[in-house]
Design a protein around this ligand. Structure first.
Ligand code: ADP
Ligand code: MG
Length: 779
């Protein structure tokens, strides 16, 4: 069955070597009750541990069922302990946080026996040792004798071939000792029982064979035996513990120290709490910023006007702001101001217009094209036909080119974009409510824009011929439905014999001309309350289509043709430079190229795409040919967004430090737990647990701790958002700023689990490496 040939085992501690086993040769029969007698320190425990595969011998040979253990790997030893050996210790070594039945089942748990079978075997083993009625108790509810019976039941449960008992009655009174001895004697009928004792009486009364032991050597054997060589196949079933079993084991352990577990989880959750709060705050602030940005966006289109500022030119060294030393020179240096240098003229041409038209229509709701074309409009002022205008200029300064131009650039424009396709939102309907009349339905419909108090520019009203006084109310009906006549250049200007063109003065005749276009005020519009800014200036506003239509009509008119061919103003013979000629032509409707383009993106990411698209146009172009845009909303929000990110990173870095601290703490706590559970590690090993299984038990424990601290941290962070929000609301009027994103919450729990598992893994490995024999000696 089992043979030892000249086994030697030495221990060296601090330079002194002990011969624990000094050449032991002995064979055991398949069924017998062997008692090993010897003084304390003679090497009895060492012998049992070597036989049981808990301690490695240094030299010699051990033969189990005809097979030498020389080639045994760790896994073979684990399987051997689990399948063939049952250990019974002097101090019982029950795992206190597991119930009686679970203690008995532990060996089978390690070898992966099914739940029902486990229960069945464990119950049978407990019945055998006479403890059936105590099955559901905890170890600390039993007497010493009962605990030793549980230990015997545990050793029996897996039906081992060899039962190793190390002073099983050493801690028991005489009467109980006798009961235990009877039980062991009973078992020796079917198994090989090797019992170590220092009590010769018990040994002689019960054992069939007495081996006397002294200084690591056998001095006497009452019934020697030599095993014949045979080649019986020795088979072992491998052990394995599932992670779930490890979890259950650790969960039970943590349950017995609830207070400490909770405190640990709380302490290590502080890092998670701080990161959670930082994230929910930055998340909320980012949402607020995004909301404001989207609102702003509809008010601030990307603007491409004829004259713009090159933002890339460094304006730091502006004239007059230098800080260098004073000059000693008796002379002055002429310099161009930085503002002048930064000024850029955009030469918008057909190529660019075509490029703009190719912008992906899903990115923008509307693109506005403003033109500086003059409108020849006549109105019926109390039966009197007079030229009128839709500008906010002071009356009688008369729709000059300058005022027409100034109203076309940037904010405060008077022409609104028309929607690109049927799917896109209408600019007017998005931002303005009708308070009288209706939204424009055609290019020739114009609207009056008023502010929230229904006020509008008095000049606009005077310019259409109304006799109004400041603050004197005007009924809606005086304006809604009013009609004017748009006169084409060919009707409006007449060529005089000198070859010059002058405006006709017979207004009534021009007014009655059948070729005129009728312009109607379709309604009065007011900025929506949700929009915080009025993009269109109070006064009359008309669609881009109207100006496009006028240009279309007048591009080939006589005055335009004549002006194209002349370098002098065809009306008054003033000489013109190229720029002035271009301006005059645009004013007369001779250029179809718009003077400025306004692009209204749908949202921020769409805007980014549009800007990238616009930047692409300038690639590889000379400085003069580049077309620069102004992105006011972007300039405004760039700063806030970047700042927000920076603050978040800094705060997370700080919170991260506390997370690392938690991780180190978990490591220390796991290490303490390893020290505390040394005996349990020994028992698990004696029952055949692999190194991996031991690591798993502790990994499982830190996993539970990590999930617990992560969830607790996330929960506390979530709970904290409520007082934070009410405080912020009081301070800033912003609602629900702190919002914990569920995705962040999940990620935090996962991070906490991973970090604590990393922190606990090193102590877990230390635990797995612990020498089982030493672990069990620890008391
Ligand atoms: P017994 O069980 O007969 O009292 P042991 O087998 O426990 O004796 O010990 C035999 C000898 O080996 C003793 O001198 C003991 O100090 C030594 N010994 C046992 N285990 C260790 C160990 N892990 N480290 C160092 N010395 C040990
Ligand atoms: Mg001993």
């Amino acid at each position: 069955m089992l043979a030892l040939r000249n086994i030697k085992k030495y221990y060296t501690v601090g330079g002194t070597t002990t011969k624990a086993l000094d050449g032991v040769s002995v064979s055991f029969r398949r069924q017998e009750f062997v008692a090993i007698l010897g003084a304390s320190g003679s090497g009895k425990t060492t012998l049992l541990n070597v036989i049981g595969g808990l301690d490695n011998y240094d030299s010699g040979d051990m033969i189990i069922d005809g097979k030498s253990t020389k080639d045994f790997k760790d896994g073979d030893w684990d399987a051997y302990r689990n399948n063939s050996i049952g250990f019974v210790f002097q101090s019982y070594n029950l795992i206190s946080h597991l119930g009686i039945i679970e203690n008995v089942e532990l060996g089978m748990t390690l070898s992966g026996v099914s739940k029902e079978k486990k229960r069945q075997h464990a119950t049978a083993a407990l019945e055998r040792v006479g403890l059936a009625e105590h099955m559901h108790k905890k170890p600390n509810q039993l007497s010493g004798g009962q605990m030793q019976r549980v230990a015997i039941a545990r050793a029996l449960a897996n039906d081992p071939d060899i039962l190793l008992c190390d002073e099983p009655t050493g801690a028991l009174d005489t009467e109980t000792s006798l009961q235990i001895m009877k039980l062991i004697k009973e078992l020796s009928k079917e198994k090989l029982v090797i019992m170590v004792t220092h009590n010769p009486e018990l040994a002689y009364d019960y054992a069939n064979r007495i081996i006397e032991f002294s200084d690591g050597k056998i001095t006497n054997d009452s019934n020697p035996y030599t095993e014949e060589i045979h080649d019986a196949k020795f088979k072992l079933k491998r052990t394995k513990m599932s992670f779930f079993t490890a979890l259950k084991l650790s969960f039970n352990n943590l349950r017995t120290k609830k207070g400490r577990t909770l405190l640990t989880a709380f302490a290590s959750s502080i890092g998670i709490i701080s990161i959670g709060i930082v994230l929910s705050l930055s998340n909320g602030f980012q949402k607020q910023i995004d909301k404001t940005q989207t609102e702003t966006l509809s008010k601030f289109p990307i603007t491409i006007s004829q004259i713009t500022t090159d933002q890339t030119i460094n304006q730091k060294n502006a004239l007059g702001s230098d800080k260098g030393s004073y000059s000693n020179k008796k002379e002055i240096t002429p310099k161009q101001s930085e503002q002048d240098k930064a000024q850029h003229v955009n030469h918008i041409n057909q190529e660019y217009i075509d490029y703009i038209k190719k912008i992906n229509p899903s990115l923008t709701n509307s693109i506005g094209y403003s033109r500086t074309v003059a409108m020849n409009i006549l109105g019926d002022v109390n039966g009197d036909i007079k030229p009128i205008s839709f500008s906010n200029a002071t009356p009688n300064s008369g729709g000059s080119m300058e005022s027409a131009m100034s109203s076309m650039t940037g904010i405060g424009i008077s022409s609104f974009p028309t929607k690109l396709n049927n799917d896109s939102k209408d600019f007017l309907k998005e931002n303005y409510n009708v308070i009288a009349g209706e939204y424009p339905t055609s290019a020739t419909d114009i609207v009056l824009i008023v502010d929230r108090q229904n006020a509008t520019n008095i000049n606009a009203l005077k310019n259409i011929g109304l006799n109004v006084k400041e603050n004197e109310p005007l009924p809606f009906d005086d304006i809604v439905g009013k009609e004017f006549k748009l006169i084409s250049n060919n009707t409006y200007y007449q060529k005089i014999p000198t070859g010059n063109f002058i405006p006709n003065t017979d207004y009534q005749k021009m007014y009655d001309n059948t070729g005129n276009t009728t312009i109607r005020v379709s309604g009065i519009l007011r900025v929506k309350s949700s929009s915080s800014m009025n993009l269109l200036s109070p006064g009359f506003a008309y669609s881009n289509e109207l100006t496009a239509k006028i240009v279309d009509e007048n591009e080939q008119s006589d005055i335009v043709k004549a002006q194209r061919d002349s370098n002098k103003n065809v009306m008054n013979n003033e000489s013109l430079d190229a720029q002035a000629k271009d301006n005059l032509l645009a004013y007369l409707g001779g250029t179809s190229i718009p003077s400025s383009i306004l692009i209204y993106p749908n949202n921020f990411s769409d805007k980014e795409q549009i800007l990238t698209y616009l930047d692409k146009y300038n690639k590889g172009k000379d400085k003069e040919d580049r077309i620069l845009y102004t992105d006011l909303a972007g300039t405004m929000t760039q700063l806030t967004g970047g700042l927000m990110d920076a603050i978040t990173y800094v705060l997370i870095a700080f919170a991260g430090i506390s997370l690392v601290t938690s991780m180190i703490m978990i490591g220390i706590i796991t290490y303490t737990s390893v020290l505390e559970r040394t005996k349990e590690i020994g028992v698990l090993k004696a029952l055949g647990a692999r190194k991996k299984d031991i690591t798993r038990v502790f990994d499982a424990e830190t996993c539970i701790l990590g999930i617990a601290s992560g969830s607790l941290g996330v929960f506390i962070a979530y709970a904290t958002t409520f007082p934070i929000n009410s405080l912020l609301y009081k301070l800033t009027d912003l609602k629900n700023v702190a919002q914990l994103n569920p995705k962040h919450a999940l990620i935090l729990v996962i991070i906490s689990t991973i970090l604590t598992m990393i922190g606990g893994h090193i102590p877990a490995r230390i635990a797995a490496k612990k020498d089982a024999a030493i672990a069990l000696r620890a008391e």
